[in-house]
Write a protein that binds this ligand. Structure first.
Ligand code: TRP
Length: 332
């Protein structure tokens, strides 16, 4: 049986935090064991908001290193930069002709910008460039170019994948053929539940994150800063309402979890002890990744080579798809 194809785009945002790792990177790598995975760095998407060339370059390198250090095997998973597949932008042009303007008007990200402009009394389209406005069409091109079955994404991206479905269906209907496979969004299960240092969801915008490759000392310091309640050492504690335990669950073995749970319930364990336990399991898990990340960043030639080879393979697949599509539309 041929394997189903899963594809996702990775925004070049620099070094990911633990929430990104557990919520997106780990599940995507797991999926690559059973699916044919195609994961790419969405560098042209970043251009809409970032006009600093050095920053785009650095962020791309860092995010590529983070995925490779986390265990992405570029022999098994097609790993490439969007910009190395220019067929994407030809497909974008094709798809634009099948995208009603009204569909873009309904995109959440665009609507949020209109709203915030209205609030601050600005022109509704202030700060909205056409790249941002047509972002969902470029994303549809990323997806449809590779005959994707599944798109593992966070909930905020579901609408975009549904737009890709709409655009693909409209194309297939017009030509009466299956030019495009209809992709399905796939939710990462536990991406919502990870708590940050202050007890709210871990997110860059709350400034409550633990960076994936924080050096040991910084990792310990961050863990020690997790907000807990003011219960004394003697008091029994509830593991199920505790941020420290909730993070521990993602790194400890079942036996370790059970042992720590008993210590919570028994009393006699202070928050400092619980945090030390958390630091130990997290550090044991992350140390090898951190080491590998530092090695890759010290000599990025390995990263460049992986991306170049992935780009070439991706491009040859994309070129075949474009030939097929050009025939369908009569431009061949
Ligand atoms: N828009 C996605 C995000 O913000 C990134 C992305 C770009 C993507 N192209 C994609 C995700 C294609 C899945 C498929 O995270």
């Amino acid at each position: 049986m041929t394997k189903r194809i899963s594809l996702t785009g990775i925004k070049p945002t620099g070094i990911p935090h633990i929430g990104n790792y557990l919520g997106a990177i780990k599940p995507a790598l797991k999926l690559s064991e059973t699916c044919e995975a195609r994961y790419f760095i969405a560098d042209y998407h970043a251009l809409n908001s970032c006009k600093d060339p050095q920053e785009i370059r650095n962020m791309t390198l860092e995010i590529a290193a983070a995925w490779l250090a986390s265990g992405l095997d570029p022999q098994q998973t097609l790993f490439y930069r969007q910009s190395d597949v220019p067929e994407t932008f030809e497909l974008l042009t094709i798809l634009l002709a099948f995208t009603p303007k009204g569909l873009m008007n309904r995109a959440h990200a665009y609507k949020a910008m209109l709203q915030s402009n209205a609030k601050s009394g600005k022109d509704p389209d202030d700060g909205v460039n056409m790249g941002l406005y047509t972002y969902p069409v470029l994303m549809a091109a990323d997806i449809l170019l590779f005959d994707t079955d599944f798109v593992p994404v966070g909930n905020d991206q579901f609408q975009h994948v549904e737009m890709a479905q709409d655009i693909a269906q409209s194309f297939n209907y017009v030509y009466g053929c299956e030019g495009f496979k209809i992709p399905q969004p796939l939710a990462h299960e536990d991406s919502k539940t990870l708590v940050g240092l202050d007890g709210r969801k871990m997110s860059k915008s709350y400034n409550n994150t633990i960076p994936m490759f924080a050096p040991e000392k910084q990792l310990r310091k961050l863990i020690m800063s997790i907000v807990t309640n003011s219960q004394s050492v003697e008091e029994p504690k509830n593991p199920d309402t505790c941020s420290v335990f909730s993070l521990y669950k993602n790194f400890g073995t079942t036996a370790q979890l059970e042992a720590l749970r008993q210590r919570y319930l028994a009393g006699g364990m202070g928050w400092g002890h619980a945090k030390q336990e958390l630091f130990e399991v997290m550090n044991a898990h992350l140390s090898p990744l951190r080491e590998r990340y530092n090695e890759l960043m010290a000599d990025p030639s390995v990263i460049h080579k992986a991306l170049k080879e992935g780009g070439e393979r991706a491009r040859s697949l994309a070129a075949q798809k474009i030939v097929q599509l050009r025939k369908i539309i009569g431009i061949a």
